[in-house]
Design a protein around this ligand. Sequence first.
Ligand code: ZN
Length: 79
Amino acid sequence: MVKGNKSKIDNLGRVVIPKSIRKALNIDHNDEISLYVENQTLIISKNNSSCNICSEEKVEVQIKDKFLCKNCVQAIKDF
Ligand SMILES: [Zn+2]
């Protein structure tokens, strides 16, 4: 687990992601991230540009922190 320093949310709702965490996830400025809440915990994940199952580039669906292409979504539905 990579730990960053504590951050405060400013009056516009912005928060700084500590450098140690950005470095660990290879997050650069202007990168797109996703935010969601699970069990009262805020999760920030870096968007992947490829399917987490087959590595195809065309991601259609995000389920929590997983990115899936159309073919893999269909394969799961057919299972
Ligand atoms: Zn796929």
